[in-house]
Design a protein around this ligand. Structure first.
Ligand code: FMN
Length: 223
């Protein structure tokens, strides 16, 4: 029972953090976390994720280069993204955004404030590390689901170690630049990135807590 409680605490502790402290995570701790994350399940145990962890100089090159590329209108996405949701999904999207901006004191009509917060994505919210998750060709939807399971396993391992993370589709908007800076082959397709490190607990953006639908809205039991 103690173990169960401890696990549920880790589950609740994981949330998206959008302001980090700059101190890097110790090498031994990084190795332990990424070894544990390999426990993620996958179709036929194929483990089809390529997880590229960027820190130090290559990360600083990207922290400068990605916002510059975005400002210059350069996009290179491996997977389509239009960010358009309908119905209940749109309602949930809007509620999460409203909660985030209200935690930061950014009003609904403050477009500049919202844009500045969005641009912080490309600076990894100040995190000292980013795990870029690539899907090797010719894998598709099923293996992308494996990558999702890997990502959640990784984020739970980070949370268990007292560290914070934020999964970010925004980090896949300039896949060519990420591949170029990290020296990754063109047939590895970028799904998303996960910024991680220590939470800046003082930052207002980190006071936001997202809500969840009741399980009954998403789960159907048949007996
Ligand atoms: C695959 C994926 C991509 C995401 N992309 C972004 C992103 O680009 N920027 C961002 O600020 N949050 C991003 N998020 C975080 C979600 O907004 C967040 O998970 C959701 O609102 C639930 O909040 P929580 O993670 O704090 O529980 C992403 C989450 C996932 C799973």
């Amino acid at each position: 029972m103690e173990q169960t409680e401890a696990f549920y605490q880790v589950l609740q502790r994981r949330r998206s953090v959008r302001a980090f402290r700059p101190e890097p995570v110790a090498e031994a701790q990084l190795q332990r976390i990424f070894s544990q994350a390999q426990a993620a399940p996958s179709n036929c145990n194929t483990q089809p994720w390529l997880c590229a962890v960027a820190s130090g100089e290559p990360l600083e090159t990207l922290r400068k280069g990605i916002p510059e590329a975005f400002a210059a209108g350069q996009w290179s996405m491996d997977f389509p993204y239009d960010g358009q949701y309908e119905g209940v999904y749109k309602e949930r999207q809007h509620k999460a955004a409203a909660d985030l901006y209200s935690a930061m004191g950014i009003s609904r009509d403050d477009k500049a404030g919202r844009n500045a917060q969005f641009m912080r994505n490309f600076e990894f919210f100040g995190a000292p590390h980013v795990a870029f998750i690539f899907l090797p060709e010719p894998f598709g939807l099923r293996e992308a689901a494996d990558c999702g399971m890997y990502a959640q396993t990784l984020m739970l391992a980070l949370a268990a170690e007292g560290l914070a993370s934020c999964p970010q589709t925004a980090l896949s908007f300039n896949a060519d630049l990420v591949r170029e800076v990290l020296g990754i082959e063109a047939d590895n397709k970028l799904l998303f990135g996960i910024s991680f490190g220590r939470e800046d607990t003082e930052a207002s953006v980190n006071q936001c807590r997202t809500e969840r639908a009741e399980a009954g809205e998403c789960v159907r039991f048949y007996a």
